[in-house]
Write a protein that binds this ligand. Structure first.
Ligand SMILES: *Cc1c(COP(=O)(O)O)cnc(C)c1O
Length: 521
């Protein structure tokens, strides 16, 4: 199979024909140019997830003696199936650790050991990392293509995702008497909902009045559907073109897996005077993003899902260049931009910039250590930082982003389109073998069938009562997959490290769990 050609077929709306056998899945893995990446990732084993005792790997470079899935497949004691890697379909929740990420963290520990405080300014030869001062900018540089920024100045790594929602709402949510509402969707990730509601309250307003939720039950929609059409979103924007200040949606809805048309929605909302932000937690590292060209005002994402930087790793933020300018004014400082006391320094120019929640790491590097009272932000997104970011966190992120450079994001997305289409095909095969006398099928796929409206994830709504069976069998077989009570599993085949054989084995187990044996051999 030519993955790029097949991906283009899928993009054009054609479903490729896949075979159902294990041998066929293995042949796709042999044809997959990205298959070697898998050997860089460290999979839990069936034994390690059950064990109550941690096995520690005390090696100087942190990687010796560790088995990746490929090593484990090659080396595992054939008699002990517990040494096999688990089937990991949870990269939409926490991506796996790569050896590259691991050795970046060790390099940072060595830098700290060797240089102490001088690590802030020194670029040691032989290190994959730059000095601590420049690490966030270096990670921004490595992310330009990943999020479609104009350049690194539109990106900053700082804080965690929820904190970045707060920081950016502080800078971008400016309710006025006429326009104060925020448009969001019906089922935001709870943290987003709490953050948004709290900003409304912080402005002395009532979320019950200010939040406009877009529900999936459009006029003619199937009540069971979770799909929200672009038309419905545009109609909501129209209905609130006079009283909404801001629209904040997820690029991909975490529960349904629906990918929204960010370009169209952003342009439409801008034309009606709204500020537009996107939460890219499930989109970054998963689907194509062109934030600058789409003219997005701001966006933020975590890096521990598809970007694989580790649990709770430092988060990303995008601020469009038009909002990041720092200009100099000789005029007396306005009340919203307090400058030095005009009596002391009557003609001193002051920096003029979009007000934000500031701290010294948002301050320009050239003057950061002068410890002046006048805040002078770094132009661009970096000026929205507050405190000193964790160099260990940034090391993990740096290594994780190196894996994207190695893979080439277009190659990852091509594989992802094929891998998810294959998973969808295998799900349909299970349903096709179900006895037709059952009114309610064993499951329905609630993620849109249109590949332009989804990323890697397929959300599968099980017939009520089946989740416990699936959960029990997955636990027994060492399959890790996200469940959302009452009835949804969110299956994410990740192109960076999942194989077609993984998908085949997963589907084989799901078949067994829902009690639908294969009809043909
Ligand atoms: C994963 C996720 C979060 C988590 O936020 P943290 O601050 O990283 O804990 C928030 N919002 C969305 C949409 C998510 O998918």
């Amino acid at each position: 199979m030519d993955f790029a050609a097949t991906a283009n077929e899928i993009r054009a709306g054609n479903k490729p024909s896949f075979d159902d056998s294990l041998a066929y899945a293995q042949s796709l893995d042999r044809a997959d140019p990205l298959a070697p990446l898998r050997s860089d990732y460290l999979f839990p084993t069936k034994a390690s997830i059950k064990s109550k005792t941690l096995t520690r790997h005390h090696h100087v470079d942190g990687t010796a003696g560790l088995n990746s899935a490929a090593d484990a497949n090659a080396n595992a004691n054939a008699n002990d199936p517990d040494d096999e890697p688990v089937l990991y379909f949870c990269g939409n929740s926490l991506g796996l650790q790569s050896k590259t990420t691991r050795s970046s963290i060790y390099a940072q520990l060595d830098t700290w050991h060797a240089l102490g405080v001088n690590g802030h300014f020194t670029d040691p030869d032989g290190s994959p990392l730059v000095n601590w001062q420049d690490m966030s900018a270096d990670c921004a540089r490595k992310s330009v293509a990943l999020v479609g920024a104009k350049d690194a100045a539109e990106i900053v790594y700082m804080n965690t995702l929820t904190v970045n929602i707060h920081m950016l709402l502080a800078a971008f949510y400016k309710p006025t008497a006429a326009r104060s509402k925020i448009i969001l969707e019906w089922k935001p990730f709870p943290s987003d909902y709490y953050a948004i509601s709290s900003h409304v309250q912080w402005h002395g307003r009532d979320p019950a009045h200010e939040l406009v939720e877009i529900w999936p039950h459009g006029e003619h929609a199937d009540p069971a559907s979770l799909y929200i059409s672009t038309d419905q979103i545009l109609a909501t924007i129209d209905a609130h073109a006079h009283d909404a200040a801001l629209l904040l949606l997820p690029g991909i809805q975490y529960y349904s897996g629906q990918l929204f048309d960010m370009a169209t929605i952003t342009e439409y909302a801008h034309a009606r005077g709204l500020v537009v932000g996107w939460d890219l937690a499930h989109a970054a590292g998963n689907v194509d993003l062109r934030l600058h060209d789409w003219n997005v005002d701001f966006a933020m994402w975590c890096t521990y899902k598809y970007i694989n930087a580790g649990p709770g790793a430092i988060a990303g933020a995008f601020v469009h260049e038009r909002h990041g300018h720092v200009e100099w004014s000789a005029a007396p400082a306005s009340s919203s931009h307090p400058g030095p006391d005009p009596q002391d320094q009557p003609s001193e120019p002051v920096p003029v910039f979009r007000p934000r929640l500031s701290g010294w790491y948002g301050g320009d590097k050239s003057v950061r250590f002068l410890m002046a009272k006048q805040f002078q932000p770094t132009p661009g997104a970096a000026g929205f930082q507050a405190g000193n970011p964790s160099a260990l966190d940034l090391a993990a992120l740096s290594g994780s982003l190196d894996m994207f450079a190695r893979a080439g994001f277009p190659n990852l997305r091509n594989k992802s389109l094929v891998l998810t289409a294959y998973a969808e095909h295998m799900l349909h095969r299970i349903l096709a073998d179900e006895h037709a006398n059952n009114d309610t099928p064993a499951f329905t796929i609630v993620t849109p069938p249109n590949p332009a409206e989804r990323g890697a994830q397929l959300s599968v709504l099980l017939r009520h009562g089946l989740l416990d069976k699936v959960q029990a069998l997955f636990a027994e077989k060492g399959i890790i997959c996200d469940k959302r009570k009452p009835d949804v599993i969110r299956v994410a085949p990740v192109p960076m490290y999942n194989s077609f054989e993984d998908v085949w084995r997963f589907m084989h187990a799901l078949r067994e769990a829902v009690g639908i044996p294969a009809k043909s051999g």
